[in-house]
Ligand binder design. Structure first.
Ligand SMILES: [Zn+2]
Length: 58
């Protein structure tokens, strides 16, 4: 099942969102976005938990 995540659900004011074919691809894209846009070379566990809670099935 495809998965969707909107960064604005976790980071106020960020308009980026992603739809991926599975969770693995989704997290890969989120990690790239977090690094490029939010200067997070690694996503803190606290943020990761929030991200996980906001992922929806498409
Ligand atoms: Zn973002």
């Amino acid at each position: 099942m495809a998965k969707k995540f909107a960064c604005g659900d976790v980071v106020d004011g960020c308009a980026w969102s992603i739809t991926a074919k599975d969770e693995e691809e989704l997290f890969q894209k989120i990690a790239e976005h977090a690094k490029d846009t939010h200067n997070m070379s690694e996503i803190p566990d606290e943020i990761l938990q929030k991200v996980k809670s906001k992922i929806t099935d498409v």
